[in-house]
Design a binder for this molecule. Structure first.
Ligand code: EPZ
Length: 420
């Protein structure tokens, strides 16, 4: 296993280009199960999660090529409609093949994803929606065993106690595309990645309206064709680099971003005093010395994204004053608190709240990544800490950030990879 080593104290300067969005690519790769025709997807990031989903598609009988950011998927052999525990347990998004398999092949055997460090992460809403469409789903030995004669459109309320569900919306929307009749999904997730999937499904011949709003209407069709699609920029990567500039008091230009997908994050950072020039496809984060403490609550889109919670906590950890960060999507998503405190931060957890008392200086230390976004927060803290920080278990980081250390080095950070 590798670790990242960071010498803190260098202001970031220069330009960085944002990669395609992991959380748009993964469900769009799952959507290729809905057709036997060739599918071409552009602007794909090289990530562990991309490779995991490609492995899963190959196990389902697809031929997949991935060259220079372009993924080509074609049907090679009959689909065995089986998604193995080994793959699904490493990446929850694999569960998104369930809806497409049931819709296309009328059967599926997909492993339950299991939990992870950020929470229990149930799939009850996925199963509720698919069962409402007429899928007969039993749980056997940790697998969802599904079959159906024909899926039929339904009016489904898909909200849970934590609000809408991104991947449940994706799973049910994909299945509904081939159901007989019209489906209405209420309390649908509105994330830009759900919209990107819907746009891709429409290119395949699906009839979808209302994507991006809490009510999505899908009129089933008989079959779906192949597609060519370019993935939207990763709003969480763009937000992470924005904070990297602010925490080091640097001055960077972030290219190939979509600021319209980042309004809640930009709004909060402006409230803290950040000076950010917003272009149509770029962000210019200007050095400024005075960031103020702010309170943040994570919510479903368009609210402040839970995937940016750890990163903004790192910024508040070195912002003098008291900030309160409330996590409403995954109340246990605070694994990064203990590690930031090891670097000298003063953060106290009170249930779903983290009370952050900003300190003048963090000190470099050996820390351990626990999940994708917590790893990013530890790297951000290392950029500004005094001395050397080593972040171990960086396979978590590699799941969702393409070439992060190269991009940060390109901006003047002193960061490199070493063997554990
Ligand atoms: C997606 O996960 C993202 N992953 C997550 O990003 C992101 O944190 C999450 O949405 C929330 O925005 C991908 O898109 C691949 P949810 P998802 O279903 O869809 C509860 C990252 O760092 N829930 O929207 O699995 C759930 O426990 C990852 O890139 C149910 O109760 O999340 C949570 O509290 C981490 N029952 C809330 O809903 C269900 O059936 C929102 O989860 C499903 C979810």
């Amino acid at each position: 296993m590798d670790k990242l080593v960071i010498e803190g104290g260098y202001k970031l300067k220069g330009e960085v280009t944002i990669s395609g969005a992991k959380n748009a690519l993964l469900p769009i790769l799952a959507a290729t199960v809905l057709t036997d025709e060739p599918c071409i997807i552009r602007h794909c990031p090289v990530l562990r999660d991309t490779n995991t989903m490609i492995k899963l598609l190959r196990s389902l009988g697809k031929a997949v090529e991935f060259n220079q950011g372009v993924i080509k998927v074609t049907s090679q052999s009959d689909c065995n409609c089986f998604a193995d525990y080994k793959l699904v347990s490493t990446m929850r998004a694999s569960f998104c093949v369930l809806g497409p398999l049931i819709a296309k092949y009328k059967k599926a055997r997909v492993s339950l994803p299991g939990g992870c460090v950020i929470g229990v992460r149930p799939v009850d809403l996925h199963l509720k929606g698919l069962r409402a469409l007429g899928a007969d789903i039993e749980i056997e030995e940790g697998y969802c065993v599904a079959k159906t004669k024909n899926l039929k459109g339904a009016h489904i309320y898909l909200g849970g106690e934590y609000g809408s569900s991104v991947l449940a919306t994706d799973n049910v929307m994909m299945a509904a595309c081939l159901a007989k009749g019209t489906t209405i999904i209420e309390a649908a997730a509105c994330e830009p990645e759900v919209v990107d999937l819907a746009e891709c499904l429409i290119k395949m011949g699906a009839r979808i309206r209302g994507h991006g709003t809490p009510i999505i209407e899908i009129e089933g069709v008989k079959r779906l064709k192949g597609f060519e699609h370019t993935i939207i920029p990763d709003r969480i990567e763009a937000g992470t680099f924005t904070i990297a500039a602010l925490i080091t008091k640097g001055d960077i230009l972030i290219k190939n971003a979509n600021p319209r997908h980042m309004m809640s994050v930009l709004d909060k950072l402006k409230e803290s005093g950040a000076k950010i020039q917003v272009g149509s496809q770029s962000l210019r984060v200007k050095a400024n010395s005075h960031i103020r403490p702010i309170n943040v609550t994570t919510l479903p889109y368009p609210g402040f994204p839970t995937d940016m919670q750890a990163q903004i906590m790192a910024l508040m950890a070195v912002t003098s004053g008291i900030s309160v960060i409330t996590e409403k999507i995954y109340p246990d998503r605070f694994m990064h608190v203990a590690e930031l405190n090891r670097m000298g931060a003063h953060i106290q957890r009170e249930g779903p709240h983290a009370i952050v008392e900003g300190v003048k200086q963090l000190s470099g230390a050996p820390v351990m990544a626990s999940d994708l976004r917590a790893s990013a927060a530890l790297v951000l803290a290392g950029l500004v800490a005094k001395g050397r920080t080593t972040v171990s278990r960086i396979y978590h980081l590699e799941r969702g950030y393409e070439n992060m250390e190269d991009k940060l080095s390109g901006l003047g950070a002193k960061i490199w990879r070493e063997k554990e």
